[in-house]
Design a protein around this ligand. Structure first.
Ligand code: IPE
Ligand code: IPE
Ligand code: MG
Length: 239
């Protein structure tokens, strides 16, 4: 029998971010096309969002499409757009009824117009929700985000900035930095994710492929986070 994981809600991250990885390998292992892996990946997203909501985690980010993912074959990109559309229209719609606010990091306006419509509808309908914020990172890259921020700062005629100003021009202006970044599939890299915001994040790289990431994997991740000693440059022991 699997050992029960006792969670400590006092040690939950305020903001947990997931770098979704391993969908393609999950499908390959089963002799299936990559699209099956992405489909299974959407299910895992749903489970994670629902569990985080139940646990009372305030901010959840999901990195689902990077600015570099445009380098993939056209049909894979189309599969992903179709899945995003379906996901937002159906799965997410149910979750969002439970007082979840949907926000997007990344230039989603580069997507097909019907997907843009679905996204904007969801943003509008959930803008006053309060229980949790779900930040979907699509067509997102940390460097393009910083460049965009700098250009907007210049456009606004600001001559000198501090950290607060920069942060306020990022997609994540309305949410806190991630405390915990989980990347599945055993790849130990950041792949252009939240380069500014990750300055004091804790990282966790489980080998599990994203479609296999479930409630237990989430609990294991949270348990791992709860044992970290976050010092922020100071000297302090974990209590
Ligand atoms: C993550 O899985 C989904 C996206 C990045 C869109 P991958 O598609 O990167 O799966 P692998 O890394 O090829 O296994
Ligand atoms: C990272 O996954 C991007 C997202 C999760 C959206 P990739 O599979 O695209 O990253 P690399 O290419 O292995 O670094
Ligand atoms: Mg990958």
């Amino acid at each position: 029998m699997l050992k029960q994981i006792e969670l400590n809600p006092e040690k939950f991250p305020n903001h947990i971010a997931f770098i979704i990885d391993g969908n393609g390998r999950w499908a390959n292992k089963r002799g299936l096309p990559r699209s099956y892996g992405h489909k299974a990946g959407i299910k895992a997203c749903k489970v994670v969002i629902e569990e985080c909501l139940k646990l009372g985690i305030k901010y959840v980010s999901l990195y689902g499409f990077s600015t570099e993912n445009w380098n993939r074959p056209k049909d894979e990109i189309e599969t992903l757009f179709n899945l995003f559309r379906q996901f937002i229209k159906t799965d997410l719609k149910k979750v969002l009824k439970e007082d979840v606010k949907f926000i997007v990091s990344g230039d989603y306006t580069a997507f097909p117009s019907d997907l843009v419509e679905v996204i904007e509808d969801c943003l509008e309908k959930t803008k006053n929700n309060k229980k949790m914020v779900l930040n979907l990172c699509i067509n997102y890259g940390g460097r393009p985000e910083i460049v965009r921020a700098i250009n907007n700062i210049i456009k606004d005629g600001i001559k000198e900035v501090d950290e607060k100003t920069v942060a306020s021009y990022l997609y994540t202006a309305s949410i806190p930095d991630p405390d915990f970044i989980v990347r599945t599939s055993g790849e130990n890299r950041i792949s252009n994710f939240m380069l500014w915001q990750c300055s004091y994040a804790e990282f966790y790289f489980p080998k599990t492929l994203w479609p296999d990431f479930n409630k237990r994997e989430l609990y294991k991740s949270l348990d791992n986070f709860s044992k970290r000693n976050r010092r922020f440059g100071a000297i302090k022991e974990n209590k």
